[in-house]
Design a binder for this molecule. Sequence first.
Ligand code: NAP
Length: 672
Amino acid sequence: MTRTLSSYVAGTWITPDGGEAVVSPVTGATICQVSTDGVDDGEAVRHAREVGGPALRALTFHQRAWLLKDLVKVIAAHKQDLYELSALSGATSKDAWVDVDGGMGAVATYSSQGRRFLPDAHVVVDGPVQPLSRDGSFAGVHVGSPKEGVAVQINAFNFPVWGSLEKLAPALLAGMPSIVKPATPTAYVAEALYRAIIDSGVLPEGAVQFIAGPVHDLFDHLDGQDLVGFTGSAATASHLRTHPAFTSRSAIFTAETDSLNSSILLPSGAEGAHLDRFVTEVATELTTKAGQRCTAIRRAFVPASHTDEVVTKLRAQLAEVVLGDPRVEGVTMGSLVSAGARAGVERTVEKLLPGARRVIGDEPLPLVGDVDDAAFMPPTVLLADDASRDEVHTLEPFGPVTTLIPYDTVDEAVALIRRGGGSLVASAFGPAGADDAIALFAGIAAHHGRLLFVDDAAAASQTGHGSPLPHLVHGGPGRAGGGEELGGLRAVHHHLQTTAVQGSPDQLTALTGRYVPGAARDTSGPHPFTKRFEELSIGDALITGEREVTLEDIEAFAALTGDTFYAHMDEVAAKASPIFEGRVAHGYLLVSAAAGLFVWPDPGPVLANVGLEDLQFAQPVYPGDRIHVRFTCKDKGSARDPDQGTVTWDVEVVNQRDEVVATYDVLTVVAR
Ligand code: NAP
């Protein structure tokens, strides 16, 4: 009897009987059944809010970032199973690499971004402190706190691993529990992934729940602390976004939907290597995941004079494709997800044909392996005869299909690309800095979530038209859904409530755990560099002694460094400048002299200075001025090594009139 997939809700795996059969498009055999009978959506939401959310919020951003690192190890240990299951859905091992290894890569990236750019704290201060009074007694700051609801993640069928992990990772890092709902056709791959994740015990209970099949009244339970991240077709998104959870109760709905992505061979690159790279990119996008990729190239723009050459070269590359059972050695392209999906793509191709003709893919390819042929489709290239028609700019054949569109001018290409109504990605092939590349960028940037420019320098290292990267925005305006998944910290902030907090510097320091300039400093203790990480408190400070900056200092610094910029060396020229009244000290001399004032020279808990941030020179320092430093412990974060932490120090360099001449943050590694 065929197994029914299990859902994990409120701490329990639930396995119903029966349900919708999911058939392998490769073998034609039933793989599993899908049913959510007995799954209580309301209970899942309650459990996320009452159990998962508090457990995640009890951790700091850094602690959650470490959990993500552990999660990568868990997934890596189950990689082989995920590859084998993916093959049943028609994915080659290269496709599975994009999905499984790409998913692990996304989680690893969020782990590292969280530890590098987020604090070891429960809230994150977003942006600089805004002074709100002349005397510095009142200020404002933006603070991000995890929303207290649940992140519902509804995924498309094509990337059951990466597609769900790209949403799960930022939600977990932000401190929001997730309810994951995979698409039915590949839910068995997602089930294996979530069984591994949940049963590993790496995540706190309630941090992730999994609903393997249709949801019931899930959205009825959502409100203003919740969000839904949807990936799938534009039609499903339009239907879901009208639910009162979003229209009346302000739950947040974001969608990553379909997209008529473009690739452009620029006129300036219409020869040689640029043309060859363009052809390779189009061929890769057609065959990877059998073209079932939201970012695949659907419209390929070619200078009309080079259309024949592109068709010839594309035909030669696609002739190398080996279609068949992904489990057989040598197969380079698998099936679509189902026979129905293939029939749907064929129907869309028929609708495209009045304005185009099929130039590649009119004959079925021989199939390798003992497969059911119903879901296999050869790479198919159409050539637009009439690109002014709507079909090519509005219909998405979600399979191995692209349309070549000849064009004469970049303006014409820009106008046609914009008819896609907003897309996830476009790529352009041609030399750097060419006028046509700049015109294209200006014409289409606002209509895309991501743009890839491939020139000679980037040719070998570029990551591919179809590959969203965890550090960069994935999503797009208009038809692409209006979402912005991924994008590093942007995706994390999506799960945080931003609150403007106003108050005195003391109050803001106490609330955020981060020193706000103007707050009280504690200078009563020993030199802060003699304190170990755990002995340091935010606000521990040192007010240094004074040092006069002399002309000899300036000349010695110039001689040592070779920095003989006129403002330091030429009295007449400095005086004549609109900025200085005479020779001034080098800014870097001040930074160096400041270190000479604040460091504790002996070996001690402060092990190393690892950086300096936000350096601003507020006013010039002239020979004869006397400077001192206000040096304050601003922020503490954990480091990779359990024996060390990172400490950020607020530095103000002040002159004899008590005017701040330079400000910056110094980053140090401190022993625990
Ligand atoms: P789909 O049919 O729209 O389904 C997407 C998801 O929505 C599935 O998990 C589906 O679950 C679920 N769903 C459908 N009706 C629902 C409802 N009433 N309530 C809650 N959930 C519901 O799309 P698909 O066929 O899986 O994916 C193909 C499409 O996705 C293509 O158009 C492609 O371009 C797009 N896509 C976009 C991106 C992107 O990042 N922009 C990525 C991948 C795919 P069931 O399967 O259980 O019905």
